[in-house]
Design a protein around this ligand. Structure first.
Ligand code: SAM
Length: 244
């Protein structure tokens, strides 16, 4: 990966060096150039900047305020996801194959479930780990296992999973339930890492995981990955396809 990790604060150089090694990035201890993408480690945390992103703000995941906090506090109001999960008296073991910004996982955790969340992108994984580390309420993450791995390669290791959850990137032209700025930034991260996905193929692999239920989040008008689905839960812009 040809990417700078910028860190101007001498106190953080040891951590910056570790991160740069783990991300195969080059450590830059002077000011960044705003003409190319870079990672930025500062007292605020680890952030990602891309010059072509519409948002002028860097991507800095923050579980202490904004949309994430709101979703944690209002998890019981998340009617669609709750309906897709169905009733259960005991906590479920959920495999979230597409961690992303962890917004959906936060809802699962807030509802009392245990989650193994997989994220294929090394950059997204480190941004998430850093945000979890900065979280003021770490108790929410005690039932989370966040793993930096592509979901289809992980299938062999899966044991005792009740629900497999799959929320692949939407086709570029469609609107997302996440704020467009954040989703665009996730796209930029994947672009920088040259990661591309074939969601329909991945769906077929994920279907083979032993589980009680597979939930797939799709844009409202998109074709289902398979006609064999058991039921659907409709929102305004998104839909959950449920396979038993
Ligand atoms: C649309 S976002 C998921 C958003 C997430 N559900 C949330 O609530 O924040 C898709 C994310 O899943 C990751 N992803 C997509 N396909 C994957 C796969 N097969 N294995 C692991 N991660 C995957 C992408 O790198 C991206 O970060």
């Amino acid at each position: 990966m040809i990417l700078d990790l910028v860190c101007v604060s001498p106190e953080q150089h040891t951590l910056a060096k570790e991160l740069a090694d783990s991300l195969s990035a080059s450590l830059n201890t002077s000011q960044a150039s705003s003409k190319k993408p870079y990672l930025d480690l500062s007292e605020d945390g680890l952030a990602f900047f891309h010059p072509a992103a519409r948002s002028r703000k860097k991507l800095l995941i923050d579980f202490n305020s904004g949309a994430s906090r709101w979703r944690i506090e209002r998890a019981s109001h998340e009617k669609l996801i709750k309906k897709a999960l169905g009733r259960s008296d005991a906590p479920l073991n959920i495999l979230d194959c597409t961690a992303g910004l962890l917004q959906d996982t936060l809802v699962f955790l807030s509802l009392g479930h245990r989650v193994t969340a997989l994220e294929q992108s090394r950059i997204m994984f480190h941004l998430l780990e850093d945000a979890i580390h900065r979280s003021e309420d770490s108790s929410i993450f005690k039932n989370l296992d966040l793993i930096n791995e592509e979901a289809c390669s992980y299938t062999r290791e899966v044991k005792n999973i009740d629900v497999v959850y799959f929320d692949p990137m939407y086709p570029k032209t469609k609107k997302s339930a996440l704020s467009s700025g954040q989703l665009e930034y996730v796209e930029k991260v994947l672009e920088v890492e040259s990661v591309s996905n074939n969601a329909a193929k991945e769906f077929e692999v994920l279907q083979s995981i032993p589980k009680k239920k597979l939930i797939v989040k799709r844009p409202i008008k998109a074709e289902p990955f398979s006609q064999e689905l058991n039921y659907q839960v409709f929102g305004k812009t998104t839909r959950f396809d449920v396979y038993l």
